[in-house]
Ligand binder design. Structure first.
Ligand code: 4AD
Ligand code: MG
Length: 432
């Protein structure tokens, strides 16, 4: 008898198969029991009929507790009433691992309770759907960059540099030296771009930010492409093509997950239409002021109400270009004709999901960068390798970072970024 996974049931209609599964839920009457089964690939229904399996097997089925693991055999059938489309008529059940008093029941639980049980909560159908969308975004990311001539390069996680400012660094001991957990691999990716042309990274990054918002994680995953011989305008084109590709692949390959999450697919389809609109920081400030935001002045960073208002003025993700120099990191290229802004852009997701990409053209001038490093109070010895990149064949180059969890949150249409990563690290949470 062939052992199959639930997701492949459609290829085995009419066959008797063996499946290893957990009992997610159960309903029964005197003669028939319905088991909601899951095996990690999908969820479907198993039906146990007393007359077919006999008293003992039926009693065993009726007494199964939530999350008991079982081997089962039976025949795969079509099931037009379920969205999944298939079910199994169970012939036999063998208990593998008992499960008593599973803490997460079909009733409503508070978020803190669920977060304390994250190791179990991951088994639920909603969380499963979100993780499938996350997996698809990762898969499509590799496809996009591999197909477009990029080489994957892995920057270190233990570093001596602070690309995004010193306020939110995680410090650790590196034998008798100090080191930090990486905030961004960017500076290393710039070195990689000078060696390989077009590169991308995908890895964990850390921000000791005391932010407790629905958009902030302490540990999050970032995709950071970096491209040599490329100005910012071309980088924006790569960014919009990449994001549209992610949306299209989630639509193509995560239909079931989007249904579980009740995500509006027509809305998602709009986000595959290029180009995405662009607005300068200056115009964005004007737009806000005209619309009653008295709390914003030129030079301020946008908060989430501002980003949401700007995003709602467009139907697609929007680029905000050329922010004030004073609120952006030291490595950004100065504007050719203005001293107060830099050549950069953030991509703001629609529907109030906020910034998903931060990117810029990078400064290429040695003296300028050295001055910026000093002005930020950074130790220039830690950056001498970075400055070398401007000494030996410096070229125009641009890059960006896409936050994986923010993107998962947006495409899944969920409320909070903490559900977009298997084990979130939040301001007050490192368990489990
Ligand atoms: O805008 P950020 O800080 O940019 C950089 O780190 C650049 N060095 C990237 C580059 O040019 N290579 O972060 C990039 C993205 C943000 O747009 C956001 O999506 C995500 O990373 N991000 C966070 N996601 C979750 N929690 C946090 N605390 C995040 N901080 C940034
Ligand atoms: Mg940013």
């Amino acid at each position: 008898m062939e052992q199959i996974q639930i997701i492949d049931a459609k290829h085995h209609v009419g066959e008797t198969v063996k499946i290893g599964a957990w009992v997610a839920n159960k309903r029964s009457s005197g003669k028939i029991a319905f088991l909601q089964l899951r095996d990690g690939t999908a969820y479907f229904q198993g039906i146990v009929v007393k007359n077919e399996v006999g008293d003992d097997m039926f009693q065993l089925a009726k007494n199964l507790h939530q999350e008991t693991s079982i081997w089962l055999t039976g025949e795969i059938r079509e099931d037009s009433r379920s969205k999944f489309g298939y079910e199994i008529g169970i012939a036999s059940i063998e208990v593998v691992g008992e499960s008593q008093d599973y803490p997460i029941t079909p009733k409503e639980h508070g978020t803190d309770f669920l977060m304390d049980h994250r190791h179990l909560w991951l088994r639920s159908s909603r969380q499963h759907a979100i993780m499938q969308i996350r997996n698809e975004i990762i898969r499509a990311t590799y496809e996009f960059f591999n197909n477009n001539g990029f080489t994957k390069v892995d920057p270190p996680i233990l570093t001596g540099s602070a690309p995004e400012g010193t306020t939110d660094l995680f410090e650790t001991n590196y034998f008798d030296q100090k080191a930090y957990l990486s905030q961004s691999g960017q500076l290393y990716m710039e070195a990689a771009a000078m060696a390989f042309g077009k590169v991308f990274s995908f890895g964990p990054t850390f921000r000791a930010e005391k932010s407790k918002t629905r958009r902030h994680l302490i540990e999050f995953w970032m995709i950071e492409p970096e491209m040599a011989f490329m100005h910012q305008e071309q980088s924006l084109e790569v960014q919009e093509q990449y994001v549209a590709f992610l949306v299209q692949n989630v639509l193509d390959n995560c239909d079931y997950a989007l249904d579980v999450l009740e995500r509006d697919k027509e809305l998602l389809k709009k986000y595959t239409q290029l180009p995405f609109p662009r607005i300068t920081y200056d115009d964005a400030v004007e737009l806000l002021k005209k619309n009653g935001f008295d709390d914003i002045e030129w030079g301020d960073d946008f908060g989430s109400p501002h980003e949401t208002f700007i995003a709602n003025s467009f139907e697609k993700p929007v680029f905000i270009l050329n922010y004030p120099k004073a609120i952006k990191p030291f490595y950004m290229k100065p504007h050719p004709t203005r001293e107060d802004v830099v050549i950069c852009a953030d991509m703001i997701a629609p529907e109030g999901y906020g910034e998903i990409i931060g990117g810029s053209e990078r400064a290429t001038d040695y003296e300028f960068l050295l001055e910026q490093i000093r002005a930020q109070g950074l130790d220039e010895n830690e950056y001498s390798w970075y400055l070398d990149l401007r000494k030996y064949g410096s070229v125009p180059h641009s890059g960006f970072g896409l936050g994986l969890e923010r993107t998962v949150t947006w495409l899944s249409g969920i409320e909070h970024v903490r559900e977009a990563i298997p084990f979130p690290r939040l301001l007050n949470r490192i368990y489990p």
